[in-house]
Design a protein around this ligand. Sequence first.
Ligand code: 5GP
Length: 180
Amino acid sequence: MDIEKKVWEVLCSEEAIKQRLSELGKEITEKYEGKKLYIVSLLKGSFIFTADLVREIKIPVKINFMTTSSYGHSEETSGNVEIVTDLDEDLTEYDILIVDDITDSGLTMKFVKEHLERKNPRSVNCCVLLDKPDRRQVELVPTYIGFTIPDKFVVGYGLNYGDYYRNIPYVFVVTDKDRE
Ligand code: 5GP
């Protein structure tokens, strides 16, 4: 994809993300009060979302990262999800919250959720910054959703465009200039 031939349309501004994360943090804090909250962040896409979200959570929280891969076209999952880096510890006393950047087909989140459930934690819930329900291939509704968005390819705030643009502090949509 040639970025010069594209238009950037802001979908979630920095201010909107900040406001929504404050709300989500409050909700999660209330829900997990008195529990052993263990956040499992899925790399790489969720690193910025996770870093900002956990600072809005006002109870002790354990944080770890998992890496998954799905082979196929870079903008779309192939359906073959694999765990590249797993959690290697006893999870039985924890309430797990999986944090990801976006749920598209839902295959990644469903796979990771079922994988972690087999480790017998107290609970497993999911939190995503963005949800694209129109693209869903499996039955999966994230417990916490930042923004529900249309079926468009989005970039920024951790989400990549090729190898770049994860550092852009807002979420934007990339469209072809000649489609304007
Ligand atoms: P799923 O398994 O739900 O189809 O896909 C999840 C992963 O696909 C996300 O964690 C993300 O890496 C990638 N993905 C899905 N939609 C988008 C998108 O609109 N933009 C970018 N940059 N990545 C996406």
